[in-house]
Design a protein around this ligand. Structure first.
Ligand SMILES: [Zn+2]
Length: 104
C-alpha cells in the first residue's frame, strides 16, 4: 500500500520491508522494520552483549558452586579426621583390653 505525503513518497513513508535479525544464523527469529534493527540489536537475545552477559552469569554460578564444593570437601576432610581419631582411640582401648585379658 502506498502512502502519499504532499504528492510524493518520502523515505519515512516507505512500507515496512520486514527484514530479519542480523543474528538469524545464531537462531534469532526476530523480523521487523529495518529502522528497528539498531533498537533490536540492543535487546537481541543472540547478540554479543546478551551472549557475554549470559556467559558472565554462568561463570558466577560456577564460582558459587565451586565455593560450595570446596566447603563441602573441607567439612568432609574434618569429619574424616574425627572418625580417624575415634578409631585410633577405640583401637587403643581394644589393645589395652587385650593386654588385660592375656594377664588373666
Ligand atoms: Zn535478534
Amino acid at each position: 500500500m502506498r502512502k502519499w505525503s504532499g504528492g510524493f513518497q518520502t523515505h519515512d513513508m516507505r512500507p515496512d520491508v520486514g527484514v530479519q535479525c542480523p543474528r538469524k544464523s545464531r537462531g534469532c527469529t526476530w523480523k521487523g522494520d529495518f529502522r528497528q534493527i539498531p533498537f533490536h540489536e540492543n535487546e537481541c537475545m543472540y547478540g554479543d552483549a546478551a551472549l557475554l552477559k549470559e556467559l558472565c552469569r554462568r561463570m558466577d554460578q560456577w564460582e558459587v558452586m565451586m565455593q560450595t564444593r570446596e566447603k563441602d570437601i573441607s567439612l568432609l576432610k574434618y569429619n574424616l579426621n574425627e572418625v580417624r581419631e575415634a578409631l585410633t582411640e577405640k583401637q587403643m582401648e581394644i589393645d589395652a583390653l587385650t593386654i588385660e585379658m592375656n594377664k588373666m
